[in-house]
Design a protein around this ligand. Structure first.
Ligand SMILES: [Zn+2]
Length: 82
């Protein structure tokens, strides 16, 4: 059975979840990075490899995915993962 694929919000490629960083917005509206991929809430994904993280801010990938603003701290944390 195929493993679930998710779309990167920057390059829009479909990838295995293990190749992506998940950002989640919980029911309380708080954003978090989700290394386990198991946190409840709405998720958005960005590629671990390549330049998607560095382009994330420019293309407003997370803002588009969540239809609203995303704390700078979260975006900084994504960069710090790499
Ligand atoms: Zn990507």
């Amino acid at each position: 059975m195929a493993r679930p694929q998710r779309m990167c919000v920057v390059c829009r490629a479909m990838k295995d979840k293990t190749e992506l960083i998940r950002v989640v917005r919980g029911k309380d509206g708080q954003f978090a990075l989700d290394p386990t991929g198991k946190m409840p809430g709405r998720g958005a994904y960005v590629c671990r490899e390549g330049d998607c993280v560095s382009r994330l801010e420019k293309v407003k990938g997370l803002e588009r995915a969540f239809k609203g603003s995303v704390p700078k701290e979260i975006k900084d944390n994504i960069k710090n993962l790499l």
